[in-house]
Design a protein around this ligand. Structure first.
Ligand SMILES: Cc1ncc(COP(=O)(O)O)c(C=O)c1O
Length: 393
């Protein structure tokens, strides 16, 4: 089969070309044609420890020999260990394990409704924000306030409302209109263009939701787990949510989603209210423990912060050189480079030159390098981007 015909095998939900990727080591990926790529996309914020990290390989080997699957009908040692670690290192009282980001948000939305309906039967509305992204299943999609993701799939679910991100006045007006169960927000919007929430905005959300018995959900699926230089992005805002959703890097490359929540919300649920066959899989949870153990070390997080500052400084120097760069945004190692043109031709050229980066929003190049990246690899990535910008789209 010709490479061009690979697309004919799949439902065309992705636009892709080139040789299949076959192998990864550290910060590099390799394809079937022998090309080597510096991976500054990490499978969209998944491979936080790079590829084939020895600790993850060891964990898979050991857990593979022990148990690949049991069932949520029984306790699991790996789930217990990871739950204890996550709760010790966060604000939470209880966890729910699932398989992906969209499933984590789906669960968090359901939990908030179950909890809020005990307060009042019409307390089921959910507020989210423009340019946010929460996933593709109907609950998570309905919370994703971007028309392009809804197009063709309407009607979206009843009771979902959208306010303008970072706009306190607009948000308050909407909050005053309905009886809300939950507010869901990304502390740093990833897909939307690497747009950080302001401190005042999250602090306002916290105050309002606390005063009105509304569950505040932070979606840290992309920005959590060390990506911003603190273990959780909310630490930098000094705002504690009622629920936090995680996925992407948590399972070290194996699907794993998590909802961390406070006791009163958790206790609104009873056996049979929600469930999953694979959620909290033993291999995924064993990997989760290894990932969390490594990333949550203070010196590791400090390095992420320093490397993020280094990358940002180098990109700001490029901004001085190229008018096409409008703004450099982000925190730690989630960085957005906003251009005045469509970034896609530049992203494709970066790939041709051996650098993988990802588009965000309409006009932003997103860099999500592995958290173990070294400064010499940052230098290399910035130099490839500089070449590409110099040669034009
Ligand atoms: C902030 C955020 N929430 C939710 C999701 C959905 O996660 P998944 O693709 O694992 O379903 C994503 C994925 O990009 C995301 O970035």
């Amino acid at each position: 089969m010709n490479k061009k015909d690979y697309n004919k095998l799949f439902v065309p939900t992705y636009k892709r070309d080139g040789a299949p990727l076959t192998e990864g080591k550290d910060v590099y990926l390799y394809d079937a044609d022998g090309n080597k790529y510096l991976d500054f996309g990490t499978g969209i914020a998944v491979n936080a420890l790079g590829h084939a990290h020895p600790a993850l390989v060891k964990t898979i080997r050991e857990q593979g020999k022990m148990l690949l699957h049991s069932s949520n009908l029984y306790f699991s040692q790996t789930q217990i260990a990871l739950a204890k670690q996550l709760l010790k290192k966060s604000f939470g009282d209880r966890v729910f394990f699932c398989n992906s980001g969209t499933e984590a948000n789906e669960a968090a939305i359901k939990f908030s409704r179950k909890w809020a309906k005990k307060i009042s039967p019409d307390k089921y509305h959910v507020l989210s924000f423009t340019d946010g992204f929460h996933g593709r299943t109907y609950g998570a999609l309905s919370a994703t306030a971007q028309e392009k993701f809804h197009a063709g799939f309407e009607p979206i679910l009843e009771g979902f409302h959208y306010a303008t991100f970072n706009d306190i006045e607009n948000t308050k007006k909407l909050l005053d209109q309905y009886s809300f169960a939950a507010v869901i927000v990304e502390p740093i919007q990833g897909e939307g263009g690497v747009i950080p929430a302001t401190k005042e905005f999250l602090q306002f959300l916290r105050e309002y939701t606390q005063q009105n018995s509304i569950a505040l959900i932070f979606d840290e699926i992309q920005c959590g787990m060390g990506r911003t230089g603190t273990l959780w992005a909310y630490e930098q805002y000094k705002v504690i949510p009622d629920m936090m959703t995680l996925a992407k890097p948590v399972g070290g490359g194996i699907p794993l989603g998590v909802v961390i929540c406070k006791e009163d919300i958790a206790l609104a649920l009873s056996p049979g209210d929600h469930g999953t066959t694979f959620g909290g899989n033993p291999v995924a949870c064993a990997l989760g423990s290894t990932v969390l153990e490594i990333i949550s070390q203070k010196p590791f997080l400090k390095e992420v912060k320093l490397k993020g500052e280094y990358l940002k400084k180098k990109l700001n120097a490029l901004k001085e050189k190229f008018d096409i760069i409008q703004e450099i945004r982000g925190s730690g190692l989630i960085i957005g480079i906003q251009l005045s043109e469509d970034p896609l031709p530049f992203i494709n050229k970066c790939k041709q030159k051996g650098l993988l980066v990802v588009k965000a929003g309409h006009n932003t190049i997103r860099m999500l390098p592995p958290l173990i990246v070294k400064t010499k690899e940052i230098d290399k990535a910035v130099s490839i981007l500089e070449n590409v910008l110099a040669s034009g789209a």
